[in-house]
Ligand binder design. Structure first.
Ligand SMILES: [Zn+2]
Length: 154
């Protein structure tokens, strides 16, 4: 093949390969609407039940973002309308707590970090449970409709 013909062929191959990769990556890396999923939350620090930050329902429809929020019901709402999508990495417990600006990781929860002492003097740490079973994914755990998640510092 002549050099002048080879270059356009190689360029075409490169475009196809790049387009194929990004297309596949997007499909694997996103969840597409319509989705309306809920996760029941139970939160506790040093033996005391905690709620999500509340809001005035006369002034706003939800607390968080259109895709990730709560309605003063201690539930994560993942709501993605038809034609919209959310990154898999945001469709997680961590994504929800980022959306409501509440610290949550294996190291920190609300205003506590591992090693902080509760009023009884004992040092606590963050524990995470899904449907009653301790789970080590913390913020990386995906939002799955119907699950119950519990976060405990203590
Ligand atoms: Zn909802």
């Amino acid at each position: 093949m002549e050099k002048t013909k080879l270059i356009p062929v190689l360029a075409l191959v490169a475009i196809v390969v790049v387009a194929g990769c990004t297309g596949k990556g997007n499909e694997q890396g996103r969840l597409y609407g319509p989705l309306h999923w809920h996760v029941q939350l139970e939160l506790e620090t040093c033996g005391v039940a905690q709620g999500l930050p509340s809001f005035d329902p006369n002034r706003q429809e939800f607390y968080g973002t259109p895709h990730l929020h709560h309605h003063n019901d201690n539930k994560i709402h993942l709501e993605v309308p038809p034609g919209e999508s959310i990154l898999n990495s945001d469709a997680t417990l961590g994504g929800f707590f980022r959306a409501i600006n509440m610290p949550f990781s294996s190291e920190t929860f609300m205003n506590y970090k591992n090693g902080d002492k509760c009023s009884n003097g004992a040092a606590g740490m963050v524990h995470f449970f899904v449907n009653g079973v301790e789970n080590s994914e913390f913020g990386a755990h995906p939002i799955i409709d119907g699950e119950r998640a519990k976060i405990v510092f203590g």
